[in-house]
Design a protein around this ligand. Structure first.
Ligand code: NAP
Length: 295
């Protein structure tokens, strides 16, 4: 068996198209243009790339992009003041603080200062709690993208054995909540899990969010399973840097029925879901009907 490749680039482009349509309708019918404020402190090379793509795609989607690139030495107090201003600014629908922040700034304090209604990353405890209790929430973008990709090849996740490897607040934990909402039977694995290969082999749908290159091997995958690889790992191959996932892709395509590639799988969906969250936040704050972007 050779797996179907789930084309995250194409699926993300479709979602961005739906977002752009929704933005167009909001501007035409209500005179509202959603805006995303992106805050970057310092010049971490990977962060500069992520922030650049987010800005470019925000503008391409017809939204306003507010760029706040601050020097590395910015104090926590200055950053909190900026967040306060953005919270109060009616033209800002969503606020994203790019992580990691410099060590002298308490990232948790900053993320918790964001108005939950503008928390398009879905990291604020109010949104975490709302998601966990089944209330409408702004949901972290990467897990949202994972579910959407899985549903392109599975008509329903109901009753399926879903295994999530990784339990971070950013990916693993919100993914567990979303899978429960889909009525999957969820198993969570992490660095202390015993016999990880055996746990993975139970999965009808396997999500890898570990941050370790090619950890999940082909023989850990149940034949016919769907594999969603969240990992982005930079490794050296033949003197060059390349990006690989948390799954040994060449092996996995022999066992899985469908798999996301790295790059070109989950990554593009994360930004598309961020744009969707920004439009949803803009509508919710005004109690307008929300476009159905994340189904
Ligand atoms: P993280 O915060 O470092 O969490 C990693 C998780 O993996 C932890 O729960 C850890 O377990 C578990 N783990 C580590 N080693 C393991 C092992 N050998 N066996 C089983 N579990 C193990 O990472 P993250 O932020 O969730 O990110 C995970 C990966 O996704 C990274 O490669 C990251 O770059 C990527 N990512 C991609 C996107 C995207 O847009 N595509 C977005 C976010 C993250 P413990 O809890 O026990 O330590």
């Amino acid at each position: 068996m050779t797996a179907k490749i789930i084309d995250g680039k194409m699926i993300a482009a479709e979602l961005r198209g739906k977002v752009a349509d929704a933005v167009h309708r909001l501007a035409r019918d209500r005179g509202i243009v959603p805006g995303l404020a992106v805050v970057l402190v310092g010049s971490n090379p990977a962060s500069l790339i992520y922030v650049g793509s987010k800005k470019k795609m925000t503008i391409a989607g017809g939204m306003k992009s507010f760029d706040h690139s601050l020097p590395e030495h910015t104090s926590e107090a200055e950053l909190l003041k900026l967040i306060e201003r953005l919270n109060a600014d009616p033209s800002v629908s969503g606020i994203l603080v790019q992580l990691p922040l410099p060590k002298h700034i308490d990232a948790q304090k900053v993320l918790y200062a964001i108005d939950p209604a503008k928390d398009v990353d879905g990291f604020h405890p109010v949104n975490v709690g709302r998601l966990a209790t089944g209330l409408p929430a702004l949901v972290p973008c990467t897990p949202l993208g994972c579910i959407m990709l899985a549903k392109t090849v599975l008509p329903s996740l109901e009753g399926l054995n879903a295994v999530v490897v990784g339990r971070s607040n950013i990916v693993g934990k919100p993914l567990i909540q979303l899978l429960l909402q889909e009525n999957a039977t969820v198993t969570v694995a992490h660095s202390k899990t015993e016999n990880l290969p055996e746990v993975c082999r139970r999965a009808d749908v396997l999500f890898a969010a570990i941050g370790r290159p090619e950890t999940i091997r082909g023989h850990w995958i149940k034949p016919g399973a769907v594999v969603i690889d969240v990992g982005i790992n930079r490794v050296m191959a033949n003197g060059k840097t390349k990006i690989v996932g948390d799954v040994a892709y060449a092996e996995a395509i022999q066992a899985a029925s469908a798999i996301t590639p790295v790059p070109g799988g989950v990554g593009p969906m994360t930004i598309a879901c961020l744009l969707a969250n920004t439009v949803i936040a803009a509508c919710r704050r005004r109690a307008l009907a929300e476009p159905r972007l994340l189904e």
